[in-house]
Design a protein around this ligand. Structure first.
Ligand SMILES: [Zn+2]
Length: 181
């Protein structure tokens, strides 16, 4: 059985649980991150109420494992409470003998998922593409860099820089005309 776990970015950008083949999961904390009265919040509530979206809280031991892994990888500050729960749910489902795939375009989630051996996939898998702004920052001294900065290391302390998507703009279809309207 295929199982997907949707993070906040997946829901905000319009991934629709009801058209995904397989079991679709998320966590309670994601709902809190969705803008109230948004299409994403409405979709979350209705698909949860009709059991299309299975919303589960991960076990505390899984939360702890994810927290440890994210600290080790220097991603702790890049992950929200919802992000941590998403990853922990991935561990929980694996313990149940499933092989879940996290649906997220968040670099920090993908990085920690990879470390924990959890599958992940991009929103493009579900036909969602967009333009985005990257924010570049140093996880050690927190200096920020303009997104055109091309060096890999922090010029102040030499730590490897992190990149995080700050703003996403959904592209509707692939029409160039759309942006002019
Ligand atoms: Zn630095």
């Amino acid at each position: 059985m295929i199982a997907y776990i949707l993070d906040t970015s997946a829901l905000v950008m319009g991934v629709n649980p009801s058209i995904i083949k397989g079991d679709v999961y998320s966590v309670p904390e994601v709902e809190l991150e969705l803008p109230s009265d948004s299409m994403a919040a409405l979709r979350f509530a209705t698909s949860r109420d009709s059991s299309i979206l299975l919303v589960q809280s991960p076990r505390q031991t899984s939360n702890d494992m994810v927290r440890k892994a994210s600290l080790k990888l220097g991603e702790r500050l890049s992950l929200s409470k919802a992000d941590l729960q998403i990853l922990a749910l991935g561990l929980d489902l694996r313990l149940k003998g499933m092989n879940p795939t996290i649906v997220s375009d968040d670099y920090a989630i993908q990085n920690v998922a990879e470390h924990l051996g959890i599958n992940y996939t991009f929103l493009a898998t579900f036909g969602i593409t967009y333009e985005f702004n990257w924010s570049i920052y140093c996880p050690a001294c927190f200096r920020r860099y303009v997104h055109s900065y091309t060096r890999r290391l922090c010029e102040v302390c030499g730590t490897e820089l992190k990149r995080k998507v700050m703003k996403k703009y959904r592209k509707i279809g692939s029409s160039k005309n759309h942006r002019n309207s």
